[in-house]
Design a protein around this ligand. Sequence first.
Ligand code: PEP
Ligand code: MG
Length: 581
Amino acid sequence: MQRIRGRAASGGIVFGKIHFYQRDEQIVKKRRVGNPQLELQRYEYARSTALGELDALYERELKNIGKDHAEIFFIHKMLLEDYGFVEKITDMILGEGVSADYAVHRAANEIASELGHSEDEYIRARTADMLDVSRRLIRHIQNKSENTPVFEKNTILCSYDLEPSETVMLDKTRVKAICTCYGSVTSHSSILARTMSIPSIAALGKTLNESYNGCDAIVDGYSGILYIDPDNATKRRMIEKREEEGRKRELLQRLRGRKNITLDGAEIDLYANISGLTDLKYVVDNDAGGIGLLRSEFLYLQNDDFPDEELQFYTYRRVLERMEGKRVVVRTLDIGSDKNPDLGSSDEVNPAMGIRSIRLCFERPDVFRTQLRALYRASVYGRLAIMFPLIVDPEEIAAIKAIIQDVWDELDQQGIAYSKDVEIGIMIETPAAVMFSDELAREVDFFNIGTNDLEQYALAIDRQDMRLEKYCRPHHLAVLRMVKMAADAIHRYGKWVSICGELAGEPELTEIFLAIGIDTLSVSPTKILPLRRKIRSIELGDREDILVRSGIIPPSDPKHYGVYFDYSRERKYVRGRKTNK
Ligand code: PEP
Ligand code: MG
């Protein structure tokens, strides 16, 4: 038996036979042409045929497997129509007098190489799309027909790489798993494999090659391991794992479309935290009710400079459109010299308490206004909420509102559409914000409690320093009591509160958050269905009782006098002792 490890791209376990697929090599040679104008026409004709073909494929796959998969052909159309790509090709044909297939080949490789150097994994993964669509175009220029491989039943398709359009076109009744030597887990092929629920492993390296054609194999798409000629013990282990994972997945999938409701009818929203466009698919797959935290700094961290208004507008618009009217909470730039030394003052002794987040926005109004303009311009495409981080004082809200008013005035003057129905909220992540929660609640539409920072600032525990963990009780009562204080304050004004720090996803705290009356928990997408399962198993009962037992509020009712909260490290809840003991 041989074991090859790659990157787990799509979960699942498959037993089958390897078919090592290699597409027909396209031969493109540099050739001068006698009549460049005629060559340009040849290119234009091939391009319009390819565009027509992509249209037809889009329509077909839309019916067959849905919008998510079909979108790839739409993206390919956009690439073929991309002004920069067309211009490069035209210049080469007319300026250098080279053949159309060579011009396309060279232009695509140049663009692919630029994409490949991007720091953004998503953009890097588009390299494959560029090469894929150029191959289609070259095939039409060369007037060649498509080679469609024939597969046996239970095929494990192995390949050096697989183009996104090849992945979509696979005969899924026969191809049961996909393994590639190259590629990444965010490449379109991997994304497609996941959306089509085909187990897949990427980046297996050169050890996997055509010599394995016809071998028996097992694909473990959960761990990213390909077993070639597996022994009996491995086969048994994989059968057990497949059964176990299948049971778990089935149970969770059954929860899609269900309410987040306790056995006795208490409901809560479950939203997703995301850091980029690539996470959007998981938001939808995991049935999130909305996006509770879009950490917009991902846009800043990917670029050497602050991203311009257009890039931001495009990004926010895409998120809002994809969420189809569900709430999307975008947090404005939460960054400082801790995350990017070029920002703020790099000589800060303690960047976590330095010029970061909203403070940096006040220092750099140009950057802040650009982000607000992009957000308001995007606001007409969905249900946007804007959230401001690291607030310590109600006066900051007044300053933010004045800047928003300026941005509105400017957009009005320029005749640019935006919505005024955008909710404005703040992160509660400093003890000062908790203490001011009443005043702050009057000024905003919602609170989002960032327990990661609230823990750090309330407990004086540097969240980056793992050595400090032992000094801090997990789920510290001081923090949970602050959560309740802030939630009560905003509820007094009839407004909503969410938690978006890591505590939101801790199943041991779900009952407490429900008892406090938190409206929304915002967690990483894969935590949504497990949390829904947890919520649906809870019989909440008497909320006050839960809060007294967990030490969040003191007993006020004689019925609680027999309840004693033990503050020991183990956090035991002991019933039946006298409160005055
Ligand atoms: C938080 O502080 O809890 C939070 C969600 O924000 P971040 O982790 O991005 O600081
Ligand atoms: Mg924070």
